[in-house]
Design a protein around this ligand. Sequence first.
Ligand SMILES: CC(=O)N[C@H]1[C@@H](OP(=O)(O)OP(=O)(O)OC[C@H]2O[C@@H](n3ccc(=O)[nH]c3=O)[C@H](O)[C@@H]2O)O[C@H](CO)[C@@H](O)[C@@H]1O
Ligand SMILES: C=C(OP(=O)(O)O)C(=O)O
Length: 429
Amino acid sequence: MDRIRLVGGNELNGRIPISGAKNAALPLMIASLLTDDTLTLENVPHLADVEQLIRILGNHGVDYSVNGRREKQQEGYSRTINFTARNIVDTTAPYELVSKMRASFWVVGPLVARMGEAKVSLPGGCAIGTRPVDLFLEGLAALGAKIEVENGYVLAKAKNRLKGNRYVFPKVSVGATHVLMMAATLARGETVLENAAREPEVVNLADCLNAMGAKITGAGTSTIHIDGVEMLSGARQKVIPDRIETGTYAMAVAMAGGDVLLENARPDLLQGALDIIAETGAEIVPTNSGIRVKRNGHGIQPVDITTEPFPGFPTDLQAQFMGLMTMAKGKSRITETIFENRFMHVQELARLGAKISLSGQTATVEGVDTLKGAPVMATDLRASVSLVIAGLAAEGETIVNRVYHLDRGFERLEEKLSGCGAVIERLSS
Ligand SMILES: CC(=O)N[C@H]1[C@@H](OP(=O)(O)OP(=O)(O)OC[C@H]2O[C@@H](n3ccc(=O)[nH]c3=O)[C@H](O)[C@@H]2O)O[C@H](CO)[C@@H](O)[C@@H]1O
Ligand SMILES: C=C(OP(=O)(O)O)C(=O)O
């Protein structure tokens, strides 16, 4: 199993290219199931989750081809990929494939909308909470699907096409918004989704579906209208830059000090989080080519945060922010409201000397003057990168085990950081 070795203490200076967003690429890839035409996606990041979803889509009969130079692809750069679901050969998504990642469950929407049936294993993904799928099932049922859950599989059937309806999400869910929006594009009549997720990834998906011929308005607000159409065609869509990767590297600079241009980053995708990072003492400057982050010489200021659905502070940046707060000049409180078990990084940060206490959904972080390198274990995707952020400022060597978590969501992490002066390498085994 690969590990990451870091020696802390260096500032970060230079440029970091921000990749296409994992959490936008995955639903866009799944949208290819809605048409027998080719969907071309630009700026698809080279990540373990993307590769896994390619396998899952392949199982349903989706062909894919990568544009551009092969050696670039092997080096792990974002790519343009064509997806063509000419014939859906299988409407079952098996446990062996779906249990590895949460988003693979989302095929249920396009499959039942286009094929009238889907049998999809209950999903896996980061172990950050119970992560039920009740809203997906309730929402699909509102669109007329017959739903059964049997032997760990969801069976969804709509033999006479889904039927548009009004559905009010009792709780904001990004995944369920993606799925119901995709399903409703091929339903008969109008669907109104209320209390929908407003995340930029939902907007990226709606833009793609509209380019494919769907009639969606309101994506990015909490009410989305979808007028169902008979069929969708192919299209070309660019994956938005990864706002979580952007926030992560911004916090890495805030932690280690230095001056880095986050190329291709879009401030509007994470303005709330950037404002918080600025409050900690970093300078955030939007430029024509991205976002410049600087921190020179000043101590890190403690700031309290609470995670919330977009446009609030993202839960996917909570662990990284805790990493940053471990060396703040004082006490900060971090409250997690989205997932009930997303504090597994606390005990690993403690190995580096962090002082954190937990009470319910709130962590209190007492900033320390120094962290000391240690072996630590990645427990999930964002938790693992919080250990990298802390390791960048820790004295001596930190070894992060279970790097496969990082590979799910961070493209060429060690190359991007070492290119800015960090001492970081992958130890392959
Ligand atoms: C691949 C992807 O894009 N993953 C992101 C997506 O996950 P995901 O789409 O799984 O997250 P949701 O927005 O659905 O989850 C939000 C909350 O709703 C709950 N819930 C969700 C569905 C449901 O049927 N019932 C229910 O109770 C969840 O347990 C959680 O407490 O959004 C999360 C919240 O921004 C991010 O942390 C994940 O990185
Ligand atoms: C929680 C995440 O991913 P997933 O929903 O795929 O588990 C994440 O991207 O931080």
